[in-house]
Design a protein around this ligand. Structure first.
Ligand code: ATP
Ligand code: MG
Length: 142
């Protein structure tokens, strides 16, 4: 487990860009943390590392945003999803199996269907501009 303190939005982006070096086609990243913890900022940093040109913002209403970088990035926000059945209904397993990078906000909602090989990124608010970021490689990562 790697733990960091980020003192600014820019520092979180930098940490995410560095972390992205560990990702490849088929990777899965689960993001956890309260509203405003910085999950979407972290996704922005990952997208920068993959040279995504599209605007990255929270797909809360669309559920899935697909970006076209040096790999496809599937950015999924499960905040409004009720249960695993509803999540399967948006075709989440196809994104997970696709040859891209799948990053999922509120990944705890995937419950029993979360990929066993993955990276978990847990973010928490320390104060207005400070966040704790803990990155865990689960089952060797992917
Ligand atoms: N150190 C920091 N790292 C990241 N974001 C920070 C930091 N300090 C302040 N912020 C601010 O916190 C907010 C994080 O918002 P963000 O949309 O990334 O959160 P989120 O976890 O995706 O929330 P949601 O669950 O609503 O999607 C932004 O407004 C950002 O400017
Ligand atoms: Mg978000």
């Amino acid at each position: 487990m790697d733990k960091f303190i980020s003192k600014s939005e820019g520092e979180t982006l930098q940490r995410a860009r560095n972390f992205a070096g560990r990702l490849q086609a088929g990777s899965f990243v689960g993001l956890y943390g309260d509203l405003g913890a910085g999950k979407t900022q972290f996704v922005k940093g990952i997208c920068e590392a993959f040279h995504v040109k599209e605007v990255v913002n929270s797909p809360t209403f669309t559920i899935v945003n697909e970006y076209h970088g040096t790999l496809p990035i599937f950015h999924i926000d499960l905040y409004r999803m009720k249960d695993v059945e509803e999540i399967l209904g948006i075709g989440v397993d196809e994104y997970i199996e696709a040859e891209g990078v799948c990053v999922v906000e509120w990944a705890e909602k995937l419950d029993g269907i979360i990929p066993p090989k993955r990276f978990d990124v847990k973010m928490s608010v320390v104060d207005d501009s400070t966040r704790e970021i803990a990155i865990e490689t689960v089952d060797g990562g992917k």
